[in-house]
Structure formats: structure tokens, C-alpha cells
Design a protein around this ligand. Sequence first.
Ligand SMILES: *Cc1c(COP(=O)(O)O)cnc(C)c1O
Length: 388
Amino acid sequence: MTGSLFSTLTCTQCLSEFSIHETHSFCQHCNQPLVASYELTKCTTEQIIDFSISSMWRYKRVLPVLNEKNIVSLGEGNTPLLPLIKSSSFWGVRNLWLKEEAGNPTGSFKARGMSMAVSKAREWGISAFCAPTAGNAGSALAAYAAATGAEAHIYMPMATPEAFRMDCTVMGARVVEVDGSIRDAGIAMQKENADGKWWDISTLKEPFRLEGKKTLGYELAEQLGWCLPDVILYPTGGGTGLIGIWKAFREMQQMGWITEIPTRMIAIQTQGCRPVVDAFEAGADHCKLFESPAETIANGLRVPKPFGDKMIMKVLHESHGAALAVSEKDMLESMRAFAGREGIFLSPEGAALAAAVPMLKDKNLIYDSDRIVLINTGSPYKYLENLT
Ligand SMILES: *Cc1c(COP(=O)(O)O)cnc(C)c1O
């Protein structure tokens, strides 16, 4: 047994509670995500963290899998937090770090979410999955499904770089190409899955990818000696990482590991698909569908209407955060400048954060005295055809 403290699933809208011993996806009544809750009391980090495990599963007591034997792990998490000394003095901020997620299985932080969701689905007896993807989620799902001998049906926009498609097919997944964005891919998928024969593992349509992404928050805090940063910049598509990091901080507060949460969560998007930025600027609690999203080099950010939009907006407001969009040109230029300065080749999504730092300073949304973390969510190498 994992010693998991997982206790209930709760609807984020109506707060109805659901048993953890039956399969639940999202709240059918509210059409909103369910989140996992735990029986948390004041305790020490030693009582929760299994320091003998170096993957994200070291936090298994605050994760939903009950039985050890259901864990499907390929070594996800435990990624470096790199101090960016040159960039902090270049941009004139006190401390800057890069959480470098490129080393995860299949090259992105999507591995955290998929390892968790596939493991928990296995515990629930599920062995066929489907998901729409902008690339990395498909690669990760294909890998974890293969590792547990399950089926994966992956729907991706035609404009997805070839390497993602290759990842999926080499690992035995079925790939369907769809004209349009990830939203159109999701609609095509739902048509073929109208009878629910496959477990829909779309962002926040099941509760557990979020729990995997949550480990990013625990890991960051642990790496910073439980002294949280002032600012986290997050490249936002469906928003699971942003919501997950914040959820981790709240749980750590409940356990008494931290008192205040000083962190302002900042969502970065592209000019061509900016539903979260528009909602933030309008002071709205949800996003409008972003019509005709432009193609972008940062495929992971082309999400015209995140299913968890209300949760994203809540985190931005609660954390006194912000949202900002960057242009394609800014992303490309920042990617080159950052690589030349730091020796780190960012994913396009990560480069969006580097582009945002000086803009946020100009707008007085980050200060010279801030301790800032940039999340480089993936490896750039699958995107090469976008960059030439
Ligand atoms: C999926 C993805 C994102 C967006 O993540 P969300 O949690 O959906 O907001 C950002 N960067 C990369 C590389 C991704 O694959």
C-alpha cells in the first residue's frame, strides 16, 4: 500500500462529493472538473515524503493511488531547478530559476500527469484511453499506455510537429489527425467515443492528471527549502500545471509546512490564442471561446477554451497573479537570446516565459526584489520543424 491519504472527489462548482472507490470523470451535473481531496492534518515533511524514492512518487501519500502495484512509472519528476545567474542580472531581478522539465519521459512535464492518470485508471480497472493533444500529452499517454499494456486513441491537429506523431505510433497508439485546433480534435474524438468505450483523459475531464502536475509544486518547494518563490511564470494552455502547483501550495499550508503563500501565479499565452489573458483583462471568472486561434510555434499553448477555465481564473485572482500574451517574434528572439546566454535551449512554450520577463517588469507586474521561477515545460527538439 502507498499510505495515500486520498479521501474524496469534489466538484469544483457544486461541491458535491463522490466516492473514491467508483470511477468518476467530471461532474456531469455542472460540467465542471472534480478534484481530489486528502485527509490532511498538521504533520512534518518526513511523515509524508518517502525520501528513498527519487521520482515524483516520493509524494505518494498525498497522491491518489492506493495500491503500490498499480503505479506505472518511467522515472517522471525529480527535474533540476537551475539558478539563472546571468539572466537575473541581465533582467535586473533578485533571483531567477528555471524548473527544467525537458528531462521527463517523452520530453515534457505531461509525463507527470499521464503517469498519475494511467496509474489511477489501472487501479479502477480501466485499460483503454483516448485524448486530444497538441503534441506532448499524446506522446506521454502513448508511453504510459504502452507501459501498462493499454490501448490509446490519440487525436491531434494536423499542424502538430511530426515527432509527436512518431512518438505515438512507435509506442503502438492509434493516431487520428484532425483539421483545426485541439478543440476540434476533442470534438472529433467525442464523436467516436460517444458510447464512452474509452476513458477520456482530456485535460481536467478526469481528476488525476492534475494530481500528477501537482507534484511540480511539491518538488519546487522542496528544492527551495520550503521557502516559496514570489512569482511563478507558467505557459498556460489547459492550465493543469498552474492549478496543480497552487493546489500543492494549499495542501502544504494545510499540513503546516508553510504559513503564508507569497507566490503570484502568472499565466503566459500567445497573442494568437489568448483566452486566459482576455478573461483576466476583463476581470471575468471564466474564459470565452477564442475564435480562430492562430497557428503558433508553441503548440501546447493553442487551447481556445480550457475546460478548467474557472479554476485557472480563480488561481490567478487568489494569488494576486496576472496574465500576459507574447508574440511569435518575441518567442523566437527570446529563445535564441536565452540559449546564447544560458546554454539552455528552451521549448517554444518556455521561450514565451523568457519573452515575458522584461515585459512584466515594464508593466510593474514583477519587481527587482522578486524571486522568480520559470517553468520550462518541455524539450524543444520535437518542434524543430517550427523553428526553421
Ligand atoms: C501542454 C503543454 C503546456 C500547457 O500546459 P497546461 O497544463 O495544459 O496549461 C505548456 N508547455 C508544453 C510544452 C506543453 O506540452
